[in-house]
Structures are given as C-alpha cells and as structure tokens.
Design a protein around this ligand. Structure first.
Ligand SMILES: [Fe+2]
Length: 291
C-alpha cells in the first residue's frame, strides 16, 4: 500500500506525535472504507519453540499473519493492542518485526501488562511499524492509549493522562477510534472484570463528552466481546494464541481458535466489524489453572 505522510509536531505530550496518512486508494475514492486489522495478546517468547499453556504462540501468530495475507483486500492499517510479548524479551519484539515487515502495512502498537515498554519503543519503530500514538487515516482519528500500571495486571489512567486525552479530543471533530489494552467495560467474568480498567468511570466521563468518539477497541480478555455504551461501541478481539472462556468466575480456558478483528471504517463515522478465526492444529492445556 502506498501512503503519503505529513508530520506535525505541536501535540499534547500524551500523544507523542501525530501522523497524517492517506492511503492512495482513499485519495481517489473517498467513500471507500478504511480496513483496519486488530491483533492482540500475541504473548510471544524469545524463541519460537516456547509454549504458553501448551501452545506455541509464535506458530499461532504466524497462522494469523498468513490469514491476513490471504484476505481478499489487504488491511490499510494494523493495530496491535498489547501483550505482544509473554517474557518481556527483546527477541519477542524482533520476531514481530520479522513477521510484519514483509506485509508493508502501516502498523501501530500499544503496551499490555506483560510488555516491556522500553524494548517495544526501541524495536517497534521502523517503517512500516510506527510508535506514534495518534494518527489520522481515511478521515478517522486513531488514539492508542497506555492503560498499563507498573507491576500490576489491571489497568488504570492517571488524572493527568485523562486530562491530556480530553485536551486532544477537543482538538478534533473527526470520527475517532480509541485503542487500549484493558477493557473499560465489564464482561460478566469476575476474575477478568477485577483485572480490567479500574477507573473506567473516569475514562467514560471524558470520552462520552465527545460524540465523535465512535469506537473503543481493546484486548487483555482473550475473547470476542461487543458492547455499546452512550453511543460508543466497545469491541475486543480474541488473542492470537490462547482463549479465555466467557462468563466465568475464575480462570478458565476455551477451545475457541485464535483470531483477529477486522473493522471497516467509513468517512462518515459509521463502521462494520467482524472477528475472523484461524484454525490451528495445536491443543492447549485446558486443565491449566492460570499462567
Ligand atoms: Fe494477554
């Protein structure tokens, strides 16, 4: 995909820098939707042979990447929504570069609770993989937020961070997609709801002031969820490796296949979305009590 870019430097610190990208096809046909692929919770290790709950996470990630390549239309952008590494190793992030660079699709990322942010920032920063946390494409604004809390599994935002988000949302009226790792909404699974975004009411208080915020996407819960609240859709995607069973009080795995989410974003702020699953041969250890 050919892209044209212009950088602007005057932005709030939260958002680091701002990238304006317009795929060439959209310049010619402005009514076409932007195709976004969300991949989450890769949980890669330093070597491809290592397993999580019996599953080689690199093998399942490779299967997901192959499924992206086989799509009838290549995504215009890929969003990686955290837990990209299981062991915080630089080698895990290097493998993401090796897998995704050949696709030549603009790719953006945010950290999850398992990630090592300094390693991510130093490795996942060469085209077509960008460390920008705000950009515009296809008439939409994209904001990638860091909901992680040091040494904690759950997520939260500081008051300062939310104030910067509020400031940024005041500066645009374009349809906006917000991505973060931790779910702001409860999903009727006690153990996961305790590990979500702890101050989601503070987050809602900001984003619900802006009707141009249309979508919030996240990972962390390793399952497909679709909810709506005050005109904003809240969507999660399955993990690219192991899945958690829905509606459980305690840790419980699911036999569902790995997957990813596709979103078609229209310039008028409407969208469509679906989850695609990818069949793999490996079996996970369903009796596991945690990881
Ligand atoms: Fe995860």
């Amino acid at each position: 995909m050919t892209v044209r870019g212009t950088r602007f430097d005057e932005t709030p610190s939260l958002l680091l820098c701002y990238r304006q990208l317009q795929p060439l096809c959209l310049l010619m046909s402005p009514s076409l939707p932007l195709l976004v692929a969300q991949l989450s919770d890769l949980h890669l290790f330093s070597t491809p042979e290592q397993t999580l709950l019996g599953l080689q996470t690199m093998a399942s990630f490779s299967a997901i990447v192959e499924a992206l390549v086989q799509l009838p239309q290549q995504p215009d952008v890929i969003l990686l929504t955290g837990d990209l590494a299981q062991d915080e190793s630089p080698a895990a992030y290097e493998q993401i570069v090796q897998q995704l660079r050949p696709l030549n699709i603009p790719t953006y990322w945010l950290p999850g609770n398992h990630d090592h942010l300094p390693s991510m920032a130093s490795i996942l920063n060469q085209a077509p993989i960008y460390s920008d946390k705000a950009f515009s494409m296809g008439g939409w604004q994209f904001l990638l937020l860091d909901s992680t809390v040091s040494q904690q599994v759950h997520g939260a935002f500081s008051a300062k961070y939310l104030a910067e988000l509020d400031q940024y949302l005041q500066s645009t009226t374009q349809p906006t997609l917000i991505a973060l790792h931790h779910p702001p909404v409860a999903i009727d699974s006690d153990w996961l709801d305790n590990l979500g975004l702890h101050n989601s009411d503070d987050f809602f208080a900001v984003v619900e002031r802006y009707p141009h915020v249309k979508l919030t996407i996240f990972g962390h819960i390793h399952q497909q969820v679709e909810q709506q609240r005050q005109g904003i859709a809240y969507l999660s995607t399955p993990s690219t490796c192991v899945q958690f069973a829905p509606n459980q009080k305690t840790f419980s795995l699911d036999q569902s296949q790995p997957g990813f989410r596709l979103l078609q974003l229209y310039p008028d702020g409407t969208f469509e979305s679906e989850v695609q699953r990818v069949r793999i041969n490996e079996q996970i250890d369903l009796a596991a009590q945690g990881y």
